[in-house]
Ligand binder design. Structure first.
Ligand code: CA
Length: 387
């Protein structure tokens, strides 16, 4: 399959299962923010600086004390960009072990806060999810240290989540989609007895294969999996913590009509229900009417104008684009536009386009200095720079 047809297949799959873009018309180029919001024209623009051409890059991470950028390729390799050049020897190669259907592959990577361990999330040849740990030795993994951390059976091939990130609390957060198909036929998003449709919070270093932090929200409840941090998520493809505030930003991919950005303020005790599949964005989906207690998005946009899947990003905390400081940078896989938003008083959303369009915009990354990168399945890794 060519890269283009692969990208098309992935985009169609990410775009969920409706044959129609659906979505109310009239959203316009700025999209229907929850509380409106239009660019004032003063917001910063960026340009994209090529960093590396890689094979379907999907995730980027850095280690403390190591200037390299580590990138997960969907096809199974972790590669390092050292001093601007791609190291020809991979850090890790799982290419014989990963499935490569749409939305599958090596989907996420992160390092332990001390930089000693690499964690990866991938779908195996039977389409199931694995999170594994490897010790780092001299900038590459020590294969003999390989250790399974988490296994999750996937009932369908799509909506695998795959994001891994250590929070400011030192815990590992793991994103899992609702198990796939379309519309969440198994009801996983709202079920506390499955890990699917969730963000998990675990401590992979404190136990074997991991331990559950005692302050997780559902610890001690017999009807719930204690690993669950938040639920009601369809496919929290990319989520990140604001490195300054600790706020958790989640890009949750929608079904047929609405894409959403969710925000969990720092200090949350977890246990939040982000609504799926009772709601898609702010709109009833399987539920007849909005149920009480659900947490709606801080921003949503419709599939009008060709949008298909939100690609969650980062709050900018770098130094080279001061006017962007504190804004949440994100995009849409099909539109490829780089966007940013700020929240004002009362949840008012100011959202604008940063200028560039990156085809097949699949992910974002952040380096040790807080500078941001965008990852394209077809166009490699690029760095955001002031326009
Ligand atoms: Ca939601």
């Amino acid at each position: 399959m060519s890269l283009q047809s692969l990208a098309l297949a992935l985009s169609l799959a990410l775009a969920a299962c409706s044959g129609s873009p659906g979505g109310p018309a009239g959203a316009g180029s700025t999209g229907p923010g929850r509380a409106g919001g239009v660019s004032s024209g003063r917001e910063p623009r960026v340009r994209l600086v090529p960093v590396a051409r890689l094979e379907q890059p999907l995730a980027l991470a850095v280690r403390p004390g190591d200037p390299a950028l580590y990138v997960a390729e969907r096809t199974g390799r972790v590669v390092a960009i050292r001093r601007g050049d791609v190291d020809p020897t991979p850090v890790l190669d799982l290419s014989r072990e990963v499935s490569l259907g749409a939305e599958q592959g090596l989907l996420g990577l992160t390092f332990s806060p001390d930089g000693e361990f690499l964690y990866v999330d991938y779908t195996d040849l039977r389409d199931d999810t694995h999170v594994e740990e490897f010790a780092m030795r001299g900038g590459r993994v020590d294969l003999s240290s390989r250790r399974p951390v988490l296994f999750v059976h996937q009932p369908f091939s799509n909506h695998n989540g795959g994001n891994l990130v250590f929070g400011p609390d030192g815990m590992l957060y793991v994103g899992l989609g609702d198990g796939g198909s379309g519309g969440d036929p198994l009801g996983n998003g709202q079920s506390l007895s499955t890990l699917l449709g969730k963000i998990l919070r675990i401590d992979p270093r404190a136990g074997r294969p991991y331990s559950v932090p005692p302050d997780n929200p559902f610890v001690g409840r017999p009807d719930a999996r204690p690993e669950i941090w938040d639920f009601g998520l369809r496919n929290p493809w990319r989520f990140t913590f604001d490195r300054r505030t600790g706020d958790l930003w989640i890009g949750d991919v929608g079904q047929s009509s609405w894409e959403e950005v969710d925000l969990e303020p720092a200090g949350s005790a977890g246990g939040l229900d982000y609504g799926w599949n009772l709601m898609e964005g702010d709109h009833p989906y399987a539920g007849a009417s909005p149920a009480p207690g659900l947490v709606g998005p801080v921003y949503e946009y419709s599939h009008a104008a060709g949008a298909c899947a939100v690609t969650g990003g980062y709050v900018y905390r770098g130094r080279t684009i001061p006017a962007l400081t504190g804004a949440y940078v994100f995009g849409d896989f099909c539109l490829g536009r780089l966007e940013a938003l700020r929240l004002g008083p009362g949840g008012a959303v100011e959202r604008w386009l940063l200028g560039p369009v990156l085809p097949n915009l699949a992910s974002f990354g952040e380096d040790a200095q807080g500078e941001l990168y965008a990852l394209s399945l077809t166009d490699g890794v690029v760095r955001l720079a002031p326009a």
